[in-house]
Ligand binder design. Structure first.
Ligand code: HSE
Length: 431
């Protein structure tokens, strides 16, 4: 085996980055891995637009099946994105004996069970390094570098757009809408930013990380998801004053025989490494039993960064094929000590709570009376402004409380006539 033929479906931003790297680093890579990775065909519906790399016209096609059914092609790289028809193409390719490299986290999160099962059945693999944290070599580290470890938890800042918005609010003292506008102006946020700001993209990535660390391929419905669109500048500033930073975290942690998986804005102690991850950067903090706690940090998006991850998958696959050491399961095994997923109602956490209340005698007594009724203990209370007859923020940190108790208490408190806005509650993670 001297040469591996690759078919690319999707000649967009990342796809053209992959072709550029394979072109410009052809000799460099060949020297490193001992064989050539050859881009044999490139498919896209637009084969005339100018890209960052120019390719021979004879390589460009519009019909993906010409790649899927080409017996000369060993690996198919899917970078078209979206669910359909990407899923059908990958399925067909696996059934045709191709190995797959993809960056399509939404597809794997939604249809991973079916796709991985088909791959296993056909003795083929699906590699997906670029789907989380772009060029950060996270997935390979989890699969290989940490192969002997059992995992305790993963805490990830895996959405650069949301992290940029939260950082912008904090540094520029602007509200959410202004920070989002800036994210769009700089090309970080999509025209419709819902997937990023509402925690869906982070959840897709969390599904893949949970699969790698705990062998469980959960579905989106199994994850409690809360985005950042309701975060106010007031809360960003209170967080800082109280010694925290707000981050959108993707969390998977083992609690006894349960797995707790959720995505939500989180108060992180300001001294924690993750709290200092700013702007569009991603960081994933993994706790393992042998190697301890590790932090993976870097740009979570970008043409060449994501393309670097795709090429690393190609090299990986190529070397395994060449060595005859090919195993389709990617070192993923089920953690059998996990018996069930923890329901969000049962999750226990410390909380930051902000009430907007009338500034008058007896308000705190009423609030704390209801909290006490639900067994919730207050750690600290702050009320900065004093405006008679006006509404003031009352900020509390509470000790560990069960989510369902806190929700019931807040519902009751929000019905008090002295409370003028829906209360805000943000979970605190100590890590
Ligand atoms: N939209 C993602 C982000 C990048 O904002 O991090 C691609 O995964």
């Amino acid at each position: 085996m001297k040469k591996i033929n690759v078919g690319l479906i999707g000649f967009g931003n990342v796809g053209s980055g992959v072709v550029k790297i394979l072109r410009e680093r052809k000799t460099f890579l060949k020297e490193k891995i001992g064989l050539e990775i050859n881009i044999a065909k490139i498919c896209d519906k637009d084969i005339v637009a100018k890209r960052i790399v120019s390719v021979d016209k004879s390589l460009l096609i519009r019909e993906p099946r010409e790649i899927i059914h080409d017996p000369q092609i060993d690996i198919i790289v899917e970078l078209m994105g979206g669910i359909h028809p990407a899923k059908e193409y990958i399925m067909e390719a696996l059934k045709n004996g191709k190995n797959i490299v993809t960056a399509n986290k939404a597809l794997l999160a939604q249809s991973g069970k079916e796709l991985f099962a088909t791959a296993l059945d056909r003795g083929k693999s699906i590699y997906f390094e670029a789907s989380v944290g772009a060029g950060i070599p996270l997935i390979k580290s989890l699969r290989e570098g940490l192969v002997a470890n059992r995992f305790k938890s993963i805490f990830g800042i895996v959405n650069g757009t949301s992290n940029f918005i939260l950082s912008q609010m904090s540094h520029q003292q602007c509200n959410f809408a202004a920070a989002l506008k800036e994210a769009k102006a700089r090309g970080f946020a999509e025209k419709d930013p819902t997937l990023d700001i509402e925690g869906i993209d982070s959840s897709h990535k969390l599904i893949l990380l949970t699969y790698l660390c705990f062998g469980r391929l959960v579905s989106l419905d199994d994850i409690f998801i809360e985005g950042i669109s309701q975060i106010s500048l007031l809360d960003v500033n209170y967080a800082r004053e109280l010694g925290f930073q707000i981050k959108l975290l993707a969390i998977a942690k083992k609690e006894g025989d349960e797995l707790d998986i959720r995505v939500h804005p989180t108060f992180l102690p300001a001294g924690h490494l993750l709290a200092s991850v700013d702007g569009v950067f991603n960081a994933i903090y993994v706790s393992s039993d042998l190697a301890g706690s590790l932090l993976f940090y870097g740009p979570g998006a970008g043409q060449l960064s994501a393309a670097s991850a795709v090429v690393s998958d190609l090299v990986d696959l190529t070397q395994r094929l060449k060595a005859g050491l090919f195993r389709p399961t990617l070192n993923i095994v089920m953690d059998n000590s996990i018996k069930k997923l923890r329901r969000i109602d049962e999750v226990e956490s410390r909380y930051y709570i902000r009430f907007m209340a009338k500034d008058q005698p007896g308000v705190l007594a009423k609030i704390s009376g209801i909290l006490a009724k639900f067994g919730i203990s207050i750690a600290s209370v702050t009320q900065k402004q004093r405006h008679l007859l006006e509404v003031v923020p009352i900020v509390m940190i509470i000790h560990e409380a069960k989510e369902k108790n806190l929700r019931s208490a807040l519902e009751m408190i929000d019905r008090l006539s002295v409370i003028k806005q829906k209360s805000v509650a943000i979970r605190i993670e100590e890590l």
